[in-house]
Design a protein around this ligand. Structure first.
Ligand code: PLP
Length: 357
């Protein structure tokens, strides 16, 4: 039996996509083999690479002035790749809104000055700092933000206007709501939250920023080289790229980002409304900054939280345990989580609340 999987990552994939992949597993497109078994230089795989690239461009309305890359190493590798490629002045600004943002800043500090220009650490990252009055460094090569904070359940609802290129880690909310790619110098996202299995990382980069990498930048991390080779400098993560293509097709068929955003807002609205009106559960995030992908909540008692997670699992609602830095529960309701999954969770929460009054 399939469960409703609320894991933060790797996480739920659309059922239709899994079924399609299952159907194709032994014989992809009449090739007599799986997509996981064939040369990345084969015509068949090149078509997958091209279609995944084209569909992502279509979904996010990405122009030719941007490179779209499929690379390895996860979002954490990008914490280094970004400064190695873009920190041409030796200085960059970072906004620290959570654990991953902090890791990105610490990695950046290995290659130059990584200024923390704003942080929400003072309130355990329960809000996004107001950036209106923030003084960015005059010589910053870029300003780095984390658009959605997977662990703490916050998200930017408005992006800062910066004179230096804006770089965003969108690992946990890429393709969940409409964005204007032209507002960014570079966007990166590990695929295992909202796109595909772990193993592929998406990079969307303004081409005019590329080719100015530091001398020590490894070839494999060099965006300009990856771009020149259409993500095929070496063997790419073929299977996750193929699943990415299927997920992009699924999103397109559904009506694109505009439609999925409506569904995501609806799902998150149901869950937050229920939590806000409940006498047992609370979510401590500043209301304007709430994530529509990751919803942390607590009962106020650690024992009750543990019991909640255990009982929910028995009811087919799994991976609801919160991150160790926050405790309690976290429901990750990515694009692939159906509305029924969120409704089933709310029904369970109601029942659990009644039983523990
Ligand atoms: C999960 C996550 C990461 C880490 O991703 P890896 O692919 O495991 O390196 C980084 N940033 C954000 C916002 C994340 O959600």
């Amino acid at each position: 039996m399939r469960v409703f999987n609320f894991a933060a990552g790797p996480s739920i994939l659309p059922l239709e996509v899994l079924q399609e992949a299952q159907k194709d597993l032994l014989d992809y497109n009449g090739s007599g083999m799986s997509i996981a078994e064939m040369s990345h230089r084969s015509k068949t795989f090149m078509a997958v690479n091209d279609e995944a690239n084209a569909l992502l461009r279509e979904l996010l309305n990405i122009g030719d002035d941007y490179a779209v890359l499929f690379v390895q190493g996860g979002a954490s590798q990008q914490f280094a790749s970004v400064p190695l490629n873009l920190m041409t002045t030796g200085v960059a600004d970072y906004i620290v809104t959570g654990n991953f943002a902090k890791k990105a800043q610490e990695e950046g500090a290995k290659y130059g000055v990584a200024n923390i220009v704003a942080s929400s650490k003072d309130k355990n990252y329960t809000y996004i700092p107001n950036l209106d009055g923030v003084e960015f460094s005059k010589d910053a090569s870029y300003v780095h933000i984390t658009s959605n904070n997977t662990i703490f359940g916050t998200r930017y609802t408005k992006f800062p206007k910066t004179s230096a290129p804006l770089v965003a880690d969108m690992s946990s909310n890429i393709l969940s709501e409409e964005i204007n790619v032209n507002d960014f110098g570079l966007i990166y996202a590990g695929a295992q939250k909202n796109i595909a299995p772990a193993g592929v990382t998406i990079v969307i980069a303004k081409r005019e920023l590329l080719g100015k990498q530091l001398d020590i930048c490894p070839t494999m991390l060099n965006y300009a080289i990856q771009d020149k080779n259409d993500s095929l400098y070496n063997t790419p993560p073929c299977f996750p790229m193929y699943i990415s293509m299927l997920v992009f097709r699924w999103l397109k068929k559904l009506g694109g980002i505009k439609e999925i955003q409506k569904i995501n807002e609806y799902k998150a609205g149901l869950l937050y409304d229920f939590i806000d009106n409940s006498s047992l559960y609370t979510n401590s995030v500043n209301k304007n900054d709430r994530s529509i992908m990751n919803v942390p909540f607590v009962t106020g008692s650690e024992e009750l939280d543990a019991e909640f997670v255990k009982e929910a699992t028995k009811n087919g609602l799994v991976s609801l345990k919160g991150h160790r830095l926050v405790g309690g529960m976290r429901a990750s309701i990515y694009n692939a989580m159906p509305v029924e999954g969120v409704k089933a969770l709310i029904e369970f929460m109601k029942k659990f609340e009644m039983e523990h009054k």
